[in-house]
Write a protein that binds this ligand. Structure first.
Ligand SMILES: [Zn+2]
Length: 178
């Protein structure tokens, strides 16, 4: 019975499901891009509503007993996801991502380690503003000295990683301007 219904689905189904939808927060901050299935779940559960910009595309998604119109922009009706996010604790994965997987002294992408700018032996903390990605060579060269004693220069001023929604929002608005 169910098999029969599935064979009646219109042929455009697979391509419709390949599209993605931008989710906005209640405060109209673009948060993330999700696939259509996820968007349908949010819409059907009442956790999101359609958000129509004049330029929005709308896709028709059919199931055996439902036709749903899914716009390319939806807005969450509940929750406040941007408040939930906290600065993650310092860890290698997040640190490498923040530093684009390159040594912050020489730009090398090989043999990456974590360097404490003020060495831990001199009271430096394991915090986002005191850690950078460094290749093994630079880390050994710096050893447990302070930066000014080494003549080495950081490419960027280290800080906590950006809220993923804010990073997404910046990229989203940049794309709209193009
Ligand atoms: Zn290096």
């Amino acid at each position: 019975m169910q098999d029969q219904q599935q064979t009646q689905e219109p042929p455009q189904m697979p391509s419709v499901l390949q599209n993605s939808v931008v989710v906005f927060s209640r405060n109209y901050l673009p948060l993330a891009r999700v696939n259509i299935r996820r968007a349908v779940t949010l819409l059907v559960n009442g956790q999101a509503e359609s958000l129509d910009f004049s330029s929005s595309k709308v896709w028709q998604v059919r199931s055996p007993n439902l036709i749903l119109y899914v716009p390319e922009h939806i807005r969450l009706t509940m929750g406040n996801p941007e408040r939930i996010w906290k600065v993650p604790p310092v860890n290698r994965r997040e640190l490498l991502r923040r530093d684009n997987h390159v040594c912050q002294y020489c730009g090398s992408a090989k043999n990456l380690t974590i360097d404490h700018i003020i060495p831990r032996s001199k009271g430096g903390l394991h915090t986002w503003d005191n850690v950078v990605t460094a290749c093994e060579t630079c880390n050994n060269k710096k050893s447990d000295r302070l930066l000014f004693e080494t003549g080495m220069v950081l490419k960027t001023k280290p800080k906590a990683p950006m809220h993923p929604a804010i990073a997404f929002a910046e990229q989203f608005w940049r794309e709209q301007e193009q």
